[in-house]
Design a protein around this ligand. Sequence first.
Ligand code: PXP
Length: 245
Amino acid sequence: MDKLKKEVRLAVNIDHFATLRQARRSTEPDPVFVALLAEQAGAMGIVTHLRGDRRHIQERDLRLLREVIKTKLNLEMAATEEMKKIALRIKPDVVSLVPERPEELTTEGGLDVKRQLKQLIPFIQVLKKAKIRVSIFVDPLNDQIKACRQAGVDLIEINTGRYAELKPESARKKALEAIKEAAILAEELGLEVHAGHGLDYYNVKPIVAIPQIEELSIGFAIVARSAIVGVEKAVRDMVCLLKRD
Ligand code: PXP
């Protein structure tokens, strides 16, 4: 492993600012404006999930984000033909492949890479040919991590959702161990390691302590805190927590 980085990069998922806007089919809050504020406050990337049902982020947001953000645009999407065409048009820096179920409140788990490997390989190749880095949102399971390598991605995002949700403490500890093991394996396989889902101001520190993890994707907790203290403070406070002690 290279020298331990002093901090983990924060990528802010801005979807739920768009959820608020769409609740009134309004023009505010504009997630594009929020993305610029987040960058100014220390975010090193902006993440958006364009869903098939367009419940929050719209194609207009993606087009503008591509133009204005200065860090990295990460487009989360399902591996569908529709989304592939959009990604090739928008050219985000990173595409993160996620499973998507229309009725879900949020992404419910990692992609079953093992089962979909045959379809994923050519899908990923097309994106990589267009110079888009490809990531897969994956559960911390050894066989799934190995399948990510076979799928040809450069990086993975380990699903921290179970760790974030689980009680009691013993179950949570086990989930944390699984993430640590998955991170070690991924690094051994030459994959850049990111993580995310369900992380907040209270549970993020043990994840930051995992040396292989380079970037965290955090959305809901930052959006919720922004409503009370403003976007810049909410982002800055999270950036502080992502510093390694
Ligand atoms: N990573 C992925 C793949 C996601 O789908 C989401 C939710 O959109 C996140 C990270 C961020 O999760 P949260 O909103 O719980 O911080």
